[in-house]
Design a protein around this ligand. Structure first.
Ligand code: SF4
Length: 215
């Protein structure tokens, strides 16, 4: 059998496996959300607001969750009616509104963060080296989906101007010039508060090295 046919089979099987995982995630997310009187989208917005630690404008919420502006606005209005978020004028622009968690919203967000525990349990059964490789592969998938325009950009190490990529992460760690830290593959961040985007040429160069490195 030719390499091309093998490649196509592998692509099909990986895609099928991801769809199976997404079915499990969707059903678990709905189960949790229904028990909390929310929708998965509302739960996701609560978790986003908790992770960012500061109020977000509606446009930012829509961008980060890959929702349309109308869907994000509806979800936020429902959360506001439930007393889980409130809208405040921003300090930078008195006409703009930003959304923040209320105390009840913070408690709900903490509970919402727990629904993926079933996944953590399954991932925990993998060997350590399998988990590291899985994480690296997920980062490559997430970055590829970002480049295809299918998901919004994350504040990731691999696109950060402070990231110094290793050509051989097994032998030498990557580095973060901002925090003066050695970074192994498993330490790569997906949502770093001090990330700053590198220029596109640097991003391309770093990505080429990261994507082709021997692991
Ligand atoms: S600043 Fe954050 S995102 Fe950038 S390289 Fe350092 S840890 Fe990674």
């Amino acid at each position: 059998m030719s390499e091309g046919v093998h490649g196509e089979q592998a692509t099909g099987r990986v895609t099928h496996s991801l769809l199976r995982l997404s079915t499990a995630m969707r059903s678990q997310a709905w189960e949790w959300a229904e028990s909390a009187g929310l929708t998965p989208t509302q739960g996701e917005i609560l978790v986003l607001l908790m992770q960012r630690k500061h109020p977000l404008r509606l446009g930012e919420i829509a961008r980060e969750t890959a929702l349309t502006a109308a869907t994000a606005s509806d979800a936020v209005s429902t959360l506001e009616a439930k007393g889980l978020v409130e809208k405040r004028r921003t300090t930078e622009d008195a006409r703009a509104l930003a959304v923040k968690l209320t105390a009840r919203g913070r408690s709900a967000a903490k509970r919402a963060q727990q629904w993926p525990e079933f996944l953590a349990e399954a991932i925990g059964t993998l060997r350590n080296d399998e988990q590291v490789l899985f994480y690296r592969t997920m980062i490559k998938m997430i970055r590829q989906l970002e480049m295809q325009g299918d998901i919004p950009s994350h504040r990731m190490c691999v696109t950060c101007k402070y990231f110094e990529v290793s050509k051989n992460p097994k032998k030498a760690a990557h580095r973060c010039a901002a925090l003066d830290l050695a970074i192994g593959d498993v330490d790569l961040r997906l949502d770093c508060p001090v990330q700053e985007e590198a220029d596109s040429l640097t991003q391309k160069k770093v990505w080429k090295i990261f994507a082709q490195a021997a692991v």
